[in-house]
Design a protein around this ligand. Structure first.
Ligand code: AMP
Length: 286
């Protein structure tokens, strides 16, 4: 695997590849890779000639400085994992490469998609995400960009950014990769205690119950679905629910009736051992 630390050396290489007519797939990450990330890489490899993965723990998207400090950075293991699936290029920049002093950055109208859920709980987070993804896309100039459904709101916001840019980059939404017990894979899961790890799969179980309720009832109502979820969390001793919302998958606005939407998603964060566990399930997409 080729590893580049600077924009200049990476771009020299990418220029050669694009002159040779190669299709470039891009997978941005913050490292501490797991099978979820590798699935994005494998999907990108299937659809492109060359895959670029970036590992950059983006300081501008952390609203909690402690979270940034504690973010795992097992770079040697990450490199091995990328090599094991045959990823061709790793971009591993320092902060100064991504945010040089003279950088000019555009503003985007995110159409309110950055306001609910993660946006409300983590002020400034999506501003940082948009900054880094815009910058990375400007550097890599890929044909296709691969993002995980795991971060559904992030996916929606980047889709909106690409629309605003009139970008020709193809955006691919990759389904959530889970542990055997259903817990969505996440770099933060390693911070769970043994007990916390045992409790964590409840989140997906509740989301699945909700999916079942919505698709099996003749007239499901979002309010009742949320009450059901609340009851299930309570039964399992989970009280720290950061948010739990049923939203329209395009606008991210809360749904009061399932008839108002042809794309309903339930998005949730619960907190166990101080770790925010993020997950979602698409209830229906017509
Ligand atoms: P991160 O390193 O957490 O910023 O994630 C990098 C990319 O991997 C993002 O597009 C995430 O949505 C995606 N991702 C993270 N966890 C998973 C997972 N369990 N399944 C699928 N994609 C994931």
């Amino acid at each position: 695997m080729e590893i580049y630390n600077t924009v200049q050396t990476l771009q020299q290489r990418l220029y050669q590849l694009s002159r040779a007519g190669e299709k470039i797939g891009f997978v941005p990450t913050m490292g501490a890779l797991h099978e979820g990330h590798l699935t994005l890489i494998l999907d990108a490899m299937e659809e492109n000639d060359t895959v670029v993965c970036s590992i950059f723990v983006n300081p501008t998207q952390f609203n909690d400085p402690n979270d940034l400090i504690k973010y795992p950075r097992p770079i040697e293991k990450d490199i091995q994992m990328l090599q094991s699936v045959g990823c061709q290029i790793l971009f591993l920049p320092e902060v100064e490469e991504i945010y040089p002093k003279d950088l000019v950055e555009p503003e985007f109208d995110l159409n309110g998609l950055d306001l609910p859920m993660e946006g409300a709980k983590r002020p400034g987070h999506f501003k940082g995400v948009v900054r880094v993804v815009y910058r990375l896309l400007d550097i890599v100039k890929p044909d296709s960009l691969y993002l995980g459904q795991k971060d559904f709101q992030q996916y929606s916001i980047i889709a909106q950014m690409l629309r605003q840019m009139n970008s020709r980059i193809r955006l691919v939404r990759v389904p959530i990769v889970r542990e055997i017990d259903g817990l969505a894979m996440s770099s933060r899961n390693v911070r769970l205690s043994e007990n916390g790890r045992e409790l964590a799969p409840i989140l997906y179980k509740v989301l699945q119950e909700l999916e079942y309720y919505v698709n099996s009832q003749p007239f499901p109502i979002p309010k009742n679905a949320l009450a059901l979820a609340q009851e299930l969390f309570h039964k399992h001793g989970i009280e720290n629910i950061d948010y739990f919302e049923i939203v329209d998958g395009n606008t991210l606005k809360e749904l009061h009736s399932f008839e108002d939407s042809n794309f309903a998603v339930v998005c949730a964060v619960i907190i166990i051992d101080g770790v925010r566990l993020l997950d979602n399930v698409i209830l229906f997409e017509k």
